[in-house]
Ligand binder design. Structure first.
Ligand code: GLN
Length: 312
């Protein structure tokens, strides 16, 4: 095992290091301490987590043990595991993560599933002879680029990547730089174009009409933002703070949709579990021509606002 060669202090074995770390993390009440410790030890040793689990008695070298303990100190203070490892799995893809953008959440995979289902249905609905223009897909507030990349990758796996043109937008130059790195790493630089912008107002302007708008905007109410040691305290505020009731950016996007969404277009906006009624009311008030509904995840928690054009 990498890093296991040098003689460590007596007792520096996989199992004992993990137990020590889990105890330290539990004392700070982080939750998920065991799996965090496993991920971080695997990261330090350059192996997969299953290797760690399969070799509890393996000795760990002094340098690796010291590096691991340093990461556990940072994790105990609240720093997200994804930032410590520099990567997070999202929709089966390794997405590079750092404080330039929000860490992709597993719950956002629901948005990707709905996006892919919609695109599959659109592509299957009518013949697409050569020369048919690609469907226009945008990911607003792309952050790491995770949604745009997962959607494009999902289409690539079905041989349908050429049928879409994806634009990923963020108002944070830092996020766009990280998203660019991820797009390139996933071999999607020709499929996804990245551009700065405030919601649908981008430079250069978005191609209209849009066929699918995906958005994981900031939707946490300012008063609900949690201080360290909560992991979100390490993430960009711009990606989380949605104003007094959390829906400032969501409302602005809803209001901008009717002018740019095509008649058969759809918009999928991630929202908080308790925001369904307020999001539906905002849709009725700001985009009465669109049909609005919400979707819940498998646990029954509201996750998505879904807006459809009159022909969708
Ligand atoms: N689900 C995230 C959280 O509660 C919020 C993500 C967002 O605002 N887009 O930490």
């Amino acid at each position: 095992m990498t890093g296991a060669g040098a003689a460590g202090a007596p007792g520096d074995r996989v199992a004992t290091l993990l137990a020590e770390a889990a105890g330290r993390l539990a004392a700070n009440d982080q939750g998920g301490e065991r799996s965090d410790a496993e991920l971080l030890l695997a990261h330090v040793l350059g192996v997969g987590r299953t290797t760690i689990l399969a070799h509890p008695e393996a000795p760990v070298g002094a340098d690796a043990a010291a590096a691991f303990r340093a990461l556990i100190v940072r994790r105990a203070a609240g720093e997200p595991v994804a930032y410590l490892r520099g990567v997070r799995e999202f929709h089966g893809l390794a997405i590079a993560c750092d404080p330039r953008a929000l860490v992709p959440r597993p719950e956002t995979e629901l948005l990707v599933e709905h996006a892919l289902a919609h695109l599959r249905a659109r592509l299957a609905a009518a013949p697409r002879p050569p020369g048919t223009p690609p469907l226009r897909v945008v990911d607003i507030g792309t952050g790491t680029g995770a949604i745009a990349i997962a959607v494009a990758d999902g289409l690539r796996r079905r041989g349908a990547l050429a049928e879409v043109a994806v634009v990923a937008v963020d108002r944070s130059p830092d996020a766009l730089a990280l998203a660019t790195e991820n797009v390139v790493a996933h071999g999607l630089a020709d499929a996804i174009s990245l551009r700065p912008g405030d919601l649908l107002a981008t430079e250069p302007p978005l191609p209209v009409p849009l066929d699918l708008v995906c958005a994981n905007l900031p939707y946490v109410a300012t008063g609900d933002l949690r201080p360290a040691p909560d992991a979100t305290a390490w993430e960009p505020r711009l990606a989380l703070d949605g104003g007094p009731d959390g829906l400032d950016a969501v409302r602005r996007l809803i209001a901008a949709l009717p002018a740019q969404l095509g008649p058969a277009g759809r918009a999928l906006l991630e929202i908080g579990a308790d925001q369904g009624p307020a999001a539906l009311a905002a849709a009725a008030a700001l985009a009465p021509g669109l049909t609005a509904r919400t979707h819940a995840d498998l646990a029954g928690r509201t996750r998505l606002l879904d807006l459809a054009g009159p022909g969708a």
